[in-house]
Design a protein around this ligand. Sequence first.
Ligand code: SF4
Length: 148
Amino acid sequence: MAVPLRAHHLLCLLSYSGEGYSPAFVHGFNGIVQRLADAEPIELVTGPDAICAPLCSDPCAHCHNQSVTQRDQLAADALAPWFERPLVPGARLTLSAQRLAQLRAAFAQDQFHRACAGCPWDGLCADIARNGFAGTLLHMEPVAVPTD
Ligand code: SF4
């Protein structure tokens, strides 16, 4: 199995602290965080993904908005160097403790600001980054390197 994610949600994962649009959204997001912490891979998708799912039946949901699609493209472009490959639909990605730390460091250095511009959570995510990502929920165990 792989977790279907749209590109800009790779950024949202970095600062996710259990806050979101609704209890159902938060419940679903928590489950995805757990799957990723358990080393399940990610499959990049276009449009609404596993995180959007609890919101998609809401007529006010922004999941299909052009601005959100554009955010995905900006995020994919900005994140590609970190995954050392183009982030195109269908790409399979893996997170690791090291990659998570690298992405968080880059986020804190504002390297993804273009993708986040205009997002209503921008201020909160910036504060979380400034506070060293304290209180965020995605944690990954470093992989032990054999010594012999
Ligand atoms: S500012 Fe918005 S798009 Fe950027 S990481 Fe936070 S929630 Fe995601």
